[in-house]
Design a protein around this ligand. Structure first.
Ligand SMILES: *Cc1c(COP(=O)(O)O)cnc(C)c1O
Length: 247
């Protein structure tokens, strides 16, 4: 756990520098510390170091930590960043403050229903897959800039999601293709921002504030391309043990 405060400060400095390079203010960018695979004590150490936003990719794993840190609940904002199965939607609504990974109309409908039952309006991001190579997760938008039909089909789904009363769409989330060169991620981030611009034009009444993009290997490039939320794990908490399904 040692070194979290130092590494956090370093990441915050890099965020500020990337913001400055792109004529943005560092305060426009929210740092979510990704604590998947790490125990609750690590979250507590991060909180002590001043990090209040925490990202987890699995409902069950997050639930244990949220319970363990129940007394700190009001000081923490929990982000779900991993794929969510519809049968876990109810639990996710009860646990998380923001869900980044809404990737189907069906999931959005389930979240809407549970949010209604739990008496809340749930902020969400729509996860998009603009490159087709990153993961299989997210609304599949591969080729959308060349093929209007792909974009229009997505727009149709978005329209139905925006009509759900207990869901509040706040923007888009994306994961760039896995690679060592952060520059390789730039086209993905740029395309995601372009997609947000088009959606904001099409649906001006909705909030398209947030772009959740950028991880340890590419968060500076993401900030240069307009990220408002970066999700950083390893640069703050160190390498994760090998757990299946992680990257
Ligand atoms: C694990 C994960 C991250 C953080 O990745 P790092 O490379 O450790 O920074 C960000 N976003 C998602 C969706 C993840 O699953």
């Amino acid at each position: 756990m040692n070194g979290i405060a130092e590494r956090l400060a370093l990441v915050q400095e890099r965020i500020a520098a990337a913001a400055q390079r792109s004529n943005r203010r560092a305060e426009e960018i929210l740092l979510v510390g990704v604590t998947k695979t790490h125990p609750a004590e690590v979250v507590r150490a991060a909180l002590a170091a001043g990090l209040h936003d925490v990202g987890e990719n699995r409902v069950q794993e997050a639930e244990a930590k949220i319970m363990a840190l129940a007394v700190e609940r009001s000081r923490l904002t929990w982000h779900l960043i991993g794929h969510l199965q519809t049968n876990k939607a109810k639990k996710a609504v009860a646990l998380f403050d923001l869900i980044h990974s809404v990737d189907s109309l069906r999931l959005a409908q389930a979240l809407d229903r549970h949010a209604g039952e739990q008496g809340r309006r749930l902020p969400v991001l729509l996860q998009v897959n603009v490159s087709g190579e990153a993961t299989k997760e997210g609304f599949d938008l591969a080729g959308w800039q060349e093929q209007p039909a792909i974009f229009e089909q997505f727009v149709g789904g978005v329209e139905q999601i925006l009509a759900l009363p207990q869901i509040a769409v706040r923007g888009l989330m994306t994961i760039a293709p896995w690679g060592v060169d952060p520059e390789a991620a730039r086209p993905t981030f740029r395309a995601t921002r372009r997609l947000r611009e088009l959606l904001a034009r099409r649906f001006p009444a909705a909030e398209w504030t947030d772009l959740s993009m950028g991880m340890t290997d590419d968060f500076e490039v993401a900030i240069e391309e307009g990220a408002t939320i970066v999700r950083v794990g390893r640069a703050i908490f160190g390498e994760r043990g090998t757990v299946s399904g992680e990257r």
